[in-house]
Write a protein that binds this ligand. Structure first.
Ligand code: F6R
Length: 240
């Protein structure tokens, strides 16, 4: 596992965007695993700049997002589908049909999960972008005695709903469930880029990278992967 610490988030974002640009240069038809949340926004901004400057093209790429809320239609202001259009897909040359997110509004959620896994098997992720939750979640795989391998439905922890309430009018509007790629699917990616920003993530990133490998900290399972790069800003990396 390689850990790189950056003095500024702007440097970190640029470095991460360049890793994706290199992956696409080496393999234009690469499959990219993408995340939502605050962490990747600056990275997506750099990708858009690079696309506009002709340094990066998504024309032949395919993307899979980690997760989506259950019960929010794709056009809902806070759906992850909308987030991705707002922060990335609406600004780049990725063909519309090549951007995949689990459909949290599907009538048959079990079939949706199975279908997402089949697509991931057919087009394995070359490079997976991850953030980390304060409780060590990756995707929406919350700490538990057991974790699931494939795409599945999860009940969101109170802590996670509170963290995400900032995007909704009130916590009551935050969905109680999400559909997420499983830790098994995440670990199948050829390479993983874990990005961690801010002092409030310093303790959990230390636990994930240097603590015991346990389902009670899902991100700690990344220690078992052969090709993980961790990018931290100074605040997030201060305990490492
Ligand atoms: C989002 C996701 C989550 C976030 C995590 C951190 O698709 O999978 O695991 O990466 O909750 O969120 P932020 O970046 O908002 O701190």
């Amino acid at each position: 596992m390689q850990v790189k610490c950056f003095d500024t988030t702007s440097d970190l974002d640029l470095y991460a965007a360049r890793l994706f640009a290199s992956a696409l240069k080496a393999k234009p038809e690469a499959t990219l695993g993408l995340a939502t949340g605050s962490t990747p926004i600056g990275i997506y901004e750099k990708m858009i700049e690079m696309y506009e400057n002709g340094e990066m093209s998504f024309q032949y790429a395919t993307t899979f997002n980690l997760d989506e809320y259950v019960g929010l239609p794709p056009d809902h202001e806070q759906s992850y589908a909308r987030f991705m259009r707002r922060h990335l897909f609406g600004h780049i040359d990725l063909p519309a049909g090549k951007a995949h997110l689990p459909n949290g509004n599907a009538a048959d959620l079990a079939a949706e999960c199975a279908g997402y896994d089949r697509m991931l098997e057919a087009q394995p992720v070359d490079i997976q972008l991850l953030g980390i939750g304060h409780n060590g979640h990756i995707g929406f795989n919350e700490p538990d005695e057991e974790l699931q391998g494939g795409t599945h439905i999860v009940a969101l922890e109170q802590d996670t709903r509170e963290a995400n309430a900032r995007f909704f009018a009130s916590i009551d509007e935050v969905p109680t469930q999400a559909i997420t790629m499983g830790v098994g699917s995440i670990l199948k990616a050829e390479s993983i880029l874990l990005v961690v920003k801010g002092a409030d993530k310093a303790a959990i990133v230390k636990q994930a990278l240097q603590g015991p490998i346990t389902t009670e900290c899902p991100a700690s399972l990344l220690q078992t992967h052969k090709n993980v790069t961790v990018l931290v800003d100074r605040e997030a990396g201060r305990l490492l």
